[in-house]
Write a protein of this length. Structure first.
Length: 405
């Protein structure tokens, strides 16, 4: 079975992105394959729509939006979406997707509460194109923000999800909101090469997705105070470590560590030596959970940290940096039975993941046995076109450089 994975995050700097994507690929290969139908998995990253060429695609697509003829509009929309997908994912990704047995879209945490419709279309360009051409498409291992049902961002996402053959989101809150299967984040299936260390002298300090630099520094300073109160040493290991350069000297003065880059193996070794994690990184909280390290998290760019606190023992939310000290005392590892409760909630989630990945594998089994499903009707393209606005296109005028309207 030929499978493409769209929005592979294994090549990013962020440790959490590498953790979840590498583990997802391992699970797909292990679960979807069989002696009769071995899996050939081709991963492709998303390029974030940052370049001027993406702006030019949007700018040049205004004619599609204004086309009066319905049939012409549909054909022009598909041609425009193909051009956008080539810019967002690359020519090789588009070619591979058009000939694959199964396309698996991996949303991860690529969409935040504040992102607009054009960002969503950029991310969904190739998965949408796969659906339009009748390629069986799964969506797995991601979070979508909880947009209200009248919001066109919600409507774009739902239009896409309805065309997918299987959908499972990684948190209960989003899965319930969009009416799809819940399958926990694949990061919880990471196979550890080590266990919790006998000595835990550190507190892991991370930044938060889309938190301001000022807020990241305030959270880190609260973590330093916790270190001082409990005779622990700070360990900075996070994306956006640049935000915390202002406290680097304070970290080193306390005989701590300020680590700018690490492999998964190196990160695992460091986290295993931590007594607590304080910060905002969603996947670092899951990595910590695997090693019996509790977390105190701030809310960040979506609801995902709230879900972690609701789902897992040993993970708690702090409303403000001033609340971190009090919140930390509720999960700090000295409580009787804390590690056991954390492992129990983790094992429940792992069991749920096994159930979800088997369900996905069962949905994929018929794909190699019969003809390709019929592609969605032209009405599907029209439903997408209706979600577009002229402002989506003209925000890139006149030169393809984005302006915010």
């Amino acid at each position: 079975m030929n499978i493409v994975l769209l929005n592979d995050t294994d090549g990013r700097e962020n440790i959490g992105c590498r953790l979840t994507s590498s583990t997802l690929k391992q699970q797909i290969r292990a679960t979807f394959g069989s002696p009769l139908t071995p899996v050939s998995l081709s991963p492709f990253p998303w390029y974030f729509g940052k370049g001027r060429k993406t702006g030019n695609v949007w700018r040049n697509g205004l004619g599609t939006f204004l086309s009066a003829s319905r049939s012409s509009q549909t054909d022009r929309f598909i041609a425009w979406l193909t051009q956008l997908a080539r810019q967002e994912y690359g020519n090789d990704a588009v070619t591979a997707t058009m000939s694959t047995d199964l396309a698996i879209f991996h949303p991860e945490g690529s969409i935040s509460n504040y992102h607009d419709a054009s960002r969503i279309i950029n991310l969904l360009s190739l998965p949408l194109l796969a659906c339009i051409h009748g390629i069986s498409t799964f969506t797995m291992n991601g979070t979508f923000p909880i947009y209200p049902s009248h919001d066109r961002r919600y409507q774009i996402i739902q239009t896409f999800l309805r065309a997918c053959r299987f959908v499972a989101l990684r948190d209960r809150i989003a899965a319930g909101h969009y009416g799809v299967t819940f399958m926990p984040d694949s990061a919880i299936m990471h196979e550890l090469s080590t266990g919790p260390a006998a000595s835990r002298p550190y507190v892991l300090i991370t930044t938060g997705a889309n938190l301001s630099k000022r807020m990241n520094v305030e959270v880190a300073k609260a973590a330093l105070r916790f270190c001082d109160d409990h005779q622990l040493k700070p360990l900075v290991l996070t994306k956006k470590h640049q935000d915390l350069k202002a406290i680097r000297a304070d970290v080193l003065h306390r005989k701590g560590q300020f680590i700018e880059q690490a492999t998964l193996q190196e990160a695992e070794t460091w986290i295993a030596q931590c007594a607590l994690h304080i910060g905002g990184r969603y996947h670092m909280a899951l990595f910590s959970l695997l090693l019996d390290v509790p977390s105190v998290l701030m809310m960040t760019n979506t609801h995902k940290n709230r879900w972690l606190a609701e789902e897992f023992n040993g993970i708690a939310l702090a409303t403000t940096p001033e609340d971190i000290q009090e919140t930390a005392t509720s999960v700090f590892g000295k409580q009787d039975g804390q590690a056991g409760r954390m492992r129990e909630s983790l094992q429940k989630a792992q069991s749920c993941f096994h159930q979800g990945i088997r369900q996905a594998s069962n949905a994929a089994t018929p794909l190699t046995l019969g003809p390709r499903p019929s592609p969605p009707h032209a009405d599907y393209c029209q439903a997408l076109i209706r979600q577009l606005r002229w402002t989506d296109f003209v925000q890139y005028w006149p030169f393809g450089v984005r302006i915010h309207l």
